[in-house]
Design a protein around this ligand. Structure first.
Ligand code: GLU
Length: 293
């Protein structure tokens, strides 16, 4: 007997779901139904400063209103920090992580200095890649800084990590922002030495998403195109941690009339605002199939 495909919708409870989320959730739910697969809901709430229980409650309410049903229990990432910590320790044990102490302001200053001397590379989201020197510190220097109790970020040594895995690809069943499809070459180096954890949170979006997708047996990752390039980092972590490779399907993002992607701060497209205005779940389905709201 073949095992059924497993889909998931993985929102962060840091705002109300909008039409863009509805597109993702409905696509995953419909694909699971069409293929005789399973549909999971996962709450990505590792950022305790921005996630709130009322937003989580609203996610359940809005999805149920749309007619979506999901398996119980729902996995909440904040309840599994120790597990992500184990994956982190494995990477640390292989010498692939290093602590970096620059604050966001320090990094902005370093980037300004670099940019005075020429162009400094930016990651696919437009943020400058890490310009610091902490990767080259000796063990003694690292330990001395750790002892001082200062806040730090644990960064992945991208060059060493790539040397470990070699070239990586993924299977794209949807489409990237420039029409990429089929076998896509992963280029995690475009992100530089990404942060995988911070002193106060032993994980990050990248780390917990790959650990959970593997643990929950997710076979198909279906999500918005804004995460298309992040897939390269996910493939790298899967390679380093020996985790299976799911298929990926990135869908286009819903835009507002001015060509911006919908955001949690645009209240007019929040599902609950639409519901309060008398929009029905069927109309939401129709709206999510358009490209512009
Ligand atoms: N939690 C992420 C978000 O809300 C989505 C993660 C994913 O689908 O991989 O943007």
């Amino acid at each position: 007997m073949t095992t059924p495909p497993v889909f998931r919708f993985a929102p962060s409870p840091n705002g109300f779901l909008h039409l863009g989320h509805a597109r993702s959730a409905l696509l995953n739910f419909d694909l699971a139904r069409k293929t005789g697969g399973r549909f999971l809901l996962r709450i990505e709430d590792i950022d305790t400063t921005r996630c709130r229980p009322d937003y989580e409650a609203a996610i359940y309410e809005d999805l149920a209103w749309l007619g979506i049903t999901w398996e119980q229990p729902v996995r909440r990432q904040s309840e599994h920090l120790a597990l992500y910590g184990e994956a982190l320790s494995r990477l640390a044990g292989e010498g692939l992580l290093y602590p970096a102490y620059e604050s966001r302001a320090d990094i902005a200053q370093l980037v300004r200095e670099k940019e005075e001397a020429g162009v400094w590379p930016r990651d696919p989201d437009g943020a400058p890649i890490y310009p610091g020197t902490a990767r080259h510190w000796s063990r003694v220097e690292r330990e001395a800084r750790m002892q001082s109790g200062a806040p730090y970020a644990l960064r992945l040594d991208m060059t060493s990590a790539l040397a470990r895995t070699g070239a990586l690809t993924w299977t794209e069943q949807g489409e990237g922002p420039n029409g990429e499809a089929g076998k896509v070459v992963a280029r995690p180096e475009q992100w530089g030495d990404v942060i995988l954890a911070r002193k106060e949170t032993p994980t990050s979006y990248h780390l917990s998403v790959v650990v959970d997708d593997a643990l929950q047996g997710v076979t198909h990752v279906v999500r918005g195109q804004d995460l298309f390039w992040a897939t390269a980092v996910h493939r790298l972590l899967q390679g380093l941690l020996g985790l299976p490779e799911p298929a990926y399907r990135h869908h286009s993002l819903l835009m507002d009339e001015s060509g911006h992607k919908l955001s949690k701060s645009t209240h007019s497209t929040a599902l609950r605002a639409l519901r309060a205005g008398g929009v029905t779940p069927d109309e939401v389905r129709r709206l999510t199939s358009l490209d512009i709201f």
